[in-house]
Design a protein around this ligand. Structure first.
Ligand SMILES: [Zn+2]
Length: 464
């Protein structure tokens, strides 16, 4: 049982070395939640003082990190921290997280079990906005580094920590500027790890198995604007085809012609890894995707959640036309949002949709898009390090690669490394995931402590 002993020992070390100044990691996270580092779409609503106070808190809470490592403030509110390695010939590794959180939806404050910015630690949980997204990620990295510094650990490879301050509103001022600075420094990373994947205790496919989901790719994001223009005028003498009718017909064609289904590599590997743990006939079907993948992709697309794994999705999200009930508008505008499977390009989406719409009277345009999603290697050394770190803390977990639907700060770093992983070592229940950006966001104290140990293991194993 050496593995069991290792884990036990690691747990003991963790509990002794991480409570310093009489404060536990959970209490420090609770305190971090109290800083209202809220990102608003309207940037004028953001309170810069909260970010400054949060920086001061971090400096006081992690004295070794801020005294012994190289710390650079980027664009006033973001942080770039470098831990030099003993062997400069090795490529560095990047750990990222973000310090901003989303606002509380007005009117929902009283639905919280504990106020969202009190950072209450109770019932074995830490409650508050940012407890899952993403202050636990940021503090988890700092907890890991602080305790490793206390042990006298010296990485052989340089470790870099990057903490942006506006991930929730594009990340351009935070991660975007950090990435610019990294390019100036000539940094190129062996791999990076960001938020995005976790361990799930009750996944619906194999409920009795702890599943560790390492996202090796994310879906792309593209919005098309469709505009129909035409003669308007008084509704008493209407045109035969109105702008609203023309645009509606086009949107109906778009909805009725979804993109074809297919299994991309991470989804394929995820299903294959699960196969041995399933009952028949699923075991046979998912274990032989070389033969069954077309059928499997079609079957998965019947389920709204699984559908997002197997195709570039189409969502009609906005429709604007008309100002007065007795006037036919001369212009109707709609927006359609697509989430692209890796491999599908914006150009491909535009050309597919133009063919489906097949109406020269409808103008289709889109914003500039320069973050095309790619798939990172699930057999590379970075993935292997994360898997080993997970198994050191959760020996029974099944580690699988997967595809993420949301976007993170990761996209700002794509030119700085070929291997981008999205994973944090906390264990959550599927229903807990709904509290991210919602009500009653919390993390279990044990889950948080385990995630810190996973981060420690990633730093130790990764820096070899
Ligand atoms: Zn986040």
């Amino acid at each position: 049982m050496p593995r069991f002993l290792d884990v036990l020992l690691a747990g003991l070390l963790l509990s002794t070395s991480m409570t310093y100044a009489g404060v536990t990691p959970a209490e420090r996270l609770g305190e971090a939640i109290q800083f209202q580092t809220v990102s608003y779409q309207d940037r004028s609503q953001i309170d810069p003082k909260e970010f400054e106070r949060f920086h001061a808190f971090l400096r006081a809470a992690y004295p070794r990190v801020f005294a012994q490592l190289e710390v650079e403030v980027i664009n006033q509110y973001s942080l770039l921290i470098s831990w030099p390695g003993s062997d400069s010939s090795l490529a560095p590794i990047l750990f990222t997280a973000h310090m901003d959180v989303v606002p509380i939806e007005p009117g929902t404050e009283s639905d919280w079990e504990y106020p969202p910015f009190d950072g209450v630690v109770a019932d074995g949980r830490i409650y508050g906005r940012g407890s899952l997204d993403d202050k636990q990620g940021l503090l988890g990295i700092l907890e890991a580094a602080e305790s490793l510094l206390a042990e006298g650990f010296v990485p052989s490879r340089q470790l870099v920590f990057a903490f942006g301050h506006d991930e929730e509103i594009s990340g351009k001022q935070g991660a975007g500027k950090i990435a610019e600075r990294m390019r100036e420094q000539g940094l190129h990373f062996a791999w990076m790890v960001d938020e995005g994947g976790t361990l799930v205790s009750d996944n619906p496919m194999i409920p009795d198995q702890q599943l560790a989901i390492i996202n090796v790719a994310e879906k792309g994001y593209l919005t098309l604007t469709l505009v129909a223009t035409g003669p308007g005028g008084h509704s008493s003498i209407p045109p035969r085809v109105s702008t609203i009718g023309r645009l509606s017909a086009a949107l109906e064609r778009i909805e009725n012609n979804p993109f074809p289904t297919r299994l991309v590599v991470p989804v394929k590997v995820m299903l294959e890894s699960m196969a041995p743990h399933l009952e028949q006939p699923e075991r046979l079907i998912l274990g032989n995707l070389w033969l069954t993948q077309g059928l499997v992709a079609d079957r998965l697309s019947q389920d709204p959640l699984m559908n997002s794994f197997v195709r570039t999705t189409t969502a009609l999200t906005m429709f604007n036309a008309g100002l007065k009930e007795n006037v036919v508008p001369q212009r109707a505008e709609a927006k359609v949002n697509f989430r692209l499977l890796p491999g599908d390009t914006p150009e491909l989406v535009v050309s597919y949709i133009s063919d489906v719409v097949d109406d020269p009277e409808i103008e289709i345009s889109h914003d500039k898009w320069d973050h095309v999603s790619s798939i990172s290697d699930h057999e590379g050394s970075g993935y292997a390090v994360i898997e080993e770190a997970v198994l050191a803390v959760y020996p029974r977990a099944l580690v699988v690669p997967s595809l993420m639907f949301a976007t993170t700060d990761t996209r700002h770093y794509i030119k700085l490394t070929d291997n981008q992983y999205r994973f944090q070592g906390m264990m959550i229940e599927t229903r807990q995931a709904k509290s991210i950006h919602g009500t009653n966001e919390y993390i279990g104290v044990k889950s948080y402590e385990d995630s810190i140990e996973v981060a420690r293991q990633m730093m130790k194993l990764g820096s070899r």
